[in-house]
Design a protein around this ligand. Structure first.
Ligand code: ADP
Ligand code: MG
Length: 757
């Protein structure tokens, strides 16, 4: 009968249906109760099991004692003795059988005993009756009421068969009675008649026989009690064994049930654990979901708050926009009106525009006409430029191709002491600034070289010299340059121009040609001013199609030797003539020629030359130039419109000091320098005079200076000589010599200059 306990329907008499767990609990409870009662049952069972089996033949104990005859009593005694012997034999046999069974069954005995005890307890407490098939248990069998009902008949049966002593107390009482009787019988008779403990004398045989008879009777009675008791126990054993058999089946069923229940419990526990695991997992999932939802809730809450604030802001904005819309609506109305107005104005403008287009067209035509006129005028200007150059040159020729300007430097420093800066022996009498007068008192040594001599033979002598221009000591660099700028323009026009500065040391030659410093704008000399004018003019001439290339060189002639003032090396330089036909252009070998594109470059060249220039000391002046310096700027122009070209040269020459040897006090090397200077200067005068006299031979080669400048001293050249004089009275004689030399030069007529084309 295998099946799940859940398959067994359990129903209470009152209609309550037990579920499996409840039923199982009840079964376990019953089992526990049986376990508690087991010791008694086992004790009783064991005790009883050792009792002899009487079966149904045993005579039930009689509750009513009938009188017996002495024969019967003897017979009974004999029977009891026989019975006792049989009982002993039976007990021994059973014991041996039991031991055999025990040895055969082994461990099953223990189990059987426990089953037996279980069955006994079950029988005594329940009326769980399994049917022969034992397939089901009735729920009403486990009811307490039913138990009582079942137990009662058993008790009745026991009492009816007299196999079971009435209550345990009664049985015990009986045993105690028997025991007391036994103990009593072991004692000597208490006296006569069984009541006293007095020992009869040996001779009292009768008394002793009576005692023995009484004792025998007592023992007989005891035996009967014991036999009755034994019969009762045997009956009980029989009933218990039948119950045992019944309960064995019940126990197996219950074991099955219990095993099923155990499996079921295990299964249920496993399922329970699984369910608990699932539940835990679901719980964790739910916990996570709860936390997620909490987080989501907080996020949504924050979003809600921000959205709420956003909404509020938007509401404010909408309100503002509404107000704006209202304003715009009103403005739109105004704009509409304005638009209408504008449309009208636009139409008017379109109309006027058409008129203006017509005017513009007229103006465009006019402009084109003007452009043509301008172009024509430009052509005229260019032709005028050519014409201007011719006329300019004619003017220069009329002025003379060799001109002499006299310049007197002011008194400086200590030279002004005692005279308030006034030069007492010089006069500039005419407005045209062409005459200089020298007035010397008490000096009869002056000779006929003076142009004018006033005052007869007395000590008062006056000398008057006339030049193309006489610049007094108050004349600025700018005023001087204005007079020579026309010559610079001639160089741009393609003529060779040569400007000399002649005079004794300290008379202001270098100041006139270079100035004090290129950074000192007011005192800039003729060279930087000429360069500046050339760059300005080339920029202006670019609009007329002219483009110029300027090449600068700076050399020094010292002791008839050429030095390159712009070179970094001390090379040998020679003056040579170009080998090309129809060209007698002079050039210097190994000379540094620097193309210049802006004024600043020329200033840098002047500074470099100033450092390289040989400067010596003399007694006449703190700083005395002992060499000639020649700054040459070649101007090569080309007109891309007219195709004209021009090539001019501007030579700016700072001559060495012209003081006489005897006055300089030089000796040795310095003497040699002075002689070389005097020779070259006198040769310069001779060349100029030879040109003026139209001599066949012009002694250019007599000095390096004239040889170098031969193209700028005759023919197509224009020459300007500054004669610089010192305002100092002690330099009167040197001043007179310089003015005489300049007068000779000024009297020369070099002839018509030829423009280089
Ligand atoms: P040179 O070159 O003839 O020997 P400098 O040109 O060196 O003479 O002039 C001598 C000094 O006189 C210099 O200190 C110079 O500055 C100064 N000097 C020359 N001419 C003038 C002038 N016109 N105005 C002011 N100072 C001058
Ligand atoms: Mg000088």
């Amino acid at each position: 009968m295998k099946g799940r306990i859940t398959d067994i329907p359990l129903k209470c008499t009152n209609g309550n249906q037990f579920n499996n767990r409840q039923c199982l609990a009840r079964i376990l409870k019953i089992l526990r109760m049986e376990d508690q009662r087991k010791p008694l049952a086992t004790k009783n069972g064991e005790g009883n099991s050792r009792l002899p089996m009487f079966g149904s033949k045993l005579r039930p104990p009689s509750t009513v004692k009938r009188p017996r005859s002495p024969e019967e009593k003897q017979d009974n005694k004999r029977r009891c003795l026989d019975y006792s012997e049989r009982t002993v034999e039976t007990r021994a046999r059973k014991s041996s059988e039991t031991s055999k069974v025990t040895s055969k069954t082994g461990s099953s005995l223990t189990r059987q005993r426990s089953e037996t005890s279980l069955n006994r307890s079950t029988v005594s407490n329940t009326s769980l009756r399994s049917s022969n098939s034992g397939s089901s248990l009735r729920a009403n069998n486990v009811r307490p009421k039913a138990n009582t009902a079942v137990v009662k008949p058993t008790a009745k049966a026991a009492s009816s068969t007299s196999t079971r002593p009435p209550p345990a107390r009664g049985a015990q009482g009986t045993v105690r009675l028997a025991t007391s009787k036994t103990s009593t019988s072991n004692k000597p008779p208490a006296g006569n008649g069984g009541g006293g403990g007095k020992k009869r004398p040996a001779w009292d045989l009768k008394g002793r026989l009576e005692d023995m008879e009484a004792k025998l009777e007592k023992q007989t009675n005891n035996r009967e009690g014991l036999v009755n008791q034994m019969e009762t126990q045997n009956q009980r054993i029989v009933s218990l064994e039948s119950m045992n058999q019944q309960l064995s089946g019940t126990v197996s069923i219950k074991e099955n049930i219990v095993s099923q229940a155990s499996e079921e419990i295990t299964d249920l526990k496993r399922k329970l654990r699984q369910e608990e695991d699932k539940r835990d997992e679901v719980q964790r999932g739910l916990q996570r979901e709860i936390s997620d939802m909490t987080f989501l809730k907080e996020t949504l809450s924050r979003q809600n708050e921000s959205l709420q604030s956003d909404l509020n802001a938007r509401r404010v904005e909408v309100d503002g926009l509404k107000a704006s819309v209202a304003q715009l609506t009103s403005a739109q109305a105004g704009m509409g009106a304005e638009l209408e107005n504008t449309k009208l104005r636009l139409e008017q403008a379109v109309t006027s525009n058409k008129t203006k287009d017509t005017e513009i067209e007229k103006l465009r035509n006019l402009l084109e006409n003007r452009d043509r006129e301008i172009e024509e005028q430009n052509c005229q200007i260019r032709s005028h430029e050519t014409e201007r150059r011719k006329l300019h040159n004619q003017i220069q020729e009329l002025k003379g191709n060799i001109r002499v300007f006299c310049r007197v430097r002011p008194l400086l420093g200590d030279e002004t002491l005692g005279n308030d800066g006034m030069i007492s022996h010089m006069n500039f009498p005419d407005q045209e600034q062409r005459i200089i007068e020298l007035d010397k008192t008490g000096d009869a040594t002056l000779n006929e070289s003076c142009l004018t001599k006033k005052g007869g033979n007395n000590a008062q002598s006056k000398y008057e010299f006339g030049f193309d221009k006489v610049f007094s000591d108050h004349t600025s660099q700018q005023q001087v340059f204005e007079e020579i700028s026309q010559l610079v323009q001639s160089a741009l026009d393609g003529y060779n121009v040569c400007i000399f500065a002649y005079g004794q040391t300290g008379s202001g030659k270098t100041y006139t040609m270079e100035g004090t410093s290129v950074n000192d704008v007011d005192n800039r000399g003729m060279i930087p001013r000429a360069v500046l004018q050339i760059f300005d003019s080339t920029r202006e001439l670019e609009s007329k199609g002219w483009k110029y290339a300027l090449d600068a060189s700076f050399l020094e002639i010292y002791n008839e030797t050429i030095h390159d003032l712009l070179g970094d090396e001390d090379l040998k330089h020679d003056i040579k003539m170009s080998g090309q036909k129809n060209s007698n252009e002079v050039f210097v070998t190994n000379l540094t020629i620097v193309p210049v594109t802006k004024e600043e470059m020329v200033y840098q060249l002047l500074q470099k030359a100033s450092k390289n220039r040989s400067v010596g000391e003399t007694k006449c002046n703190e700083r005395s130039s002992r060499s000639h310096s020649v700054f040459t700027l070649k101007l090569t122009g080309e007109n891309s419109i007219t195709g004209e070209t021009s090539q001019g040269t501007l030579n700016l020459v700072d001559l060495a000091g012209s003081e006489r040897l005897k006055e300089s006090g030089s000796e040795g090397q310095r003497m040699k320098e002075t002689l070389a200077i005097n020779k070259s200067l006198s040769n310069l005068g001779n060349v100029i005079m030879a040109i003026g006299n139209k001599d066949n031979h012009i002694p250019y080669r007599n000095s390096k200076l004239t040889y170098l400048l031969q193209n700028s001293l005759g023919g197509n050249s224009k020459t300007l000589m500054f004669v610089n004089v010192s305002p100092k009275e002690e330099c009167f004689q040197e001043t007179l010599n310089s003015l005489r030399f300049a007068t000779k030069v000024n009297q020369c007529n070099i002839g018509t200059a030829q423009q280089k084309r």
